[in-house]
Design a protein around this ligand. Sequence first.
Ligand code: OAD
Ligand code: ZN
Length: 255
Amino acid sequence: MSQVERARRLLAGAGEVMVLTGAGISADSGVPTFRGEGGLWREHRPEELATPRAFARDPRLVWEWYAWRREVVSGCRPNEAHRALARWALRRDAVWIVTQNVDGLHAVAARVAGGSPTDRLIELHGSLFRVRCTGCGERRAHRRPIDATSEATLPRCEACGSLLRPDVVWFGEPLPESVISGAVEVARRADACLVVGTSAVVQPAAGLASTVAQRGGALIEVNPAVTSLTTLAHVSLRTRAAATVPALVASEDAR
Ligand code: OAD
Ligand code: ZN
């Protein structure tokens, strides 16, 4: 039996499944990953820009980076991996997609598949297309272009006038309590975990996959590179997401 078939059977036989995704699943859509090639923006590393300190020091620079990322993502579409997962989650009601990505492509794929974008999707690190007020804390959707030419042109809160920031989780910040508790609950229930395109170095996301494995659940990884989860994985597929994920979640009748 091929490794792909072995993984497919483990997933098909599981009661509840947690799919954990990272930047690698969107690499096949043209979204740059954080730590791989093309992960740098100008001379900056994401770890230097995605922090509350960087924003306090130079909000214009941080917003310029996010404006660039929003622009890149706006030109990208979900690939076959996002789409196959969305169709699978629609077909089987015990599949949860937990993503570290802030590109919103899982939600777009869900919509294309005819489902609700938020149904059984947990965006651990927030969204590029949402903003949060640094003054009153209000969160809302925001898709208009950002003008980051100077600090004076940065977006401000309509209610209190304070600077708005991207509604994403930065290094050194905790995940919102409701988001992490929802994800931990999924990890505690899941009989299998499919990990796609994450280097699994950022917590608590990576720990969700190990939780499933430690409870005896099947762990399947799709990643061209070895990661810190590889030694825990029952099946480790060294391939690109878009090339393999559709075959893993295909139903008997669709094959
Ligand atoms: P990384 O950039 O750390 O890792 C991307 C992973 O995707 C690597 O392991 C690659 O080998 C793999 N990869 C590359 N191309 C792939 C493909 N076509 N198919 C499948 N896998 C592929 O990104 P994340 O693990 O998502 O957090 O990073 C985790 C978090 O760190 C991000 O959510 C972000 C970042 O800093 C915050 O911003 C809070
Ligand atoms: Zn405000």
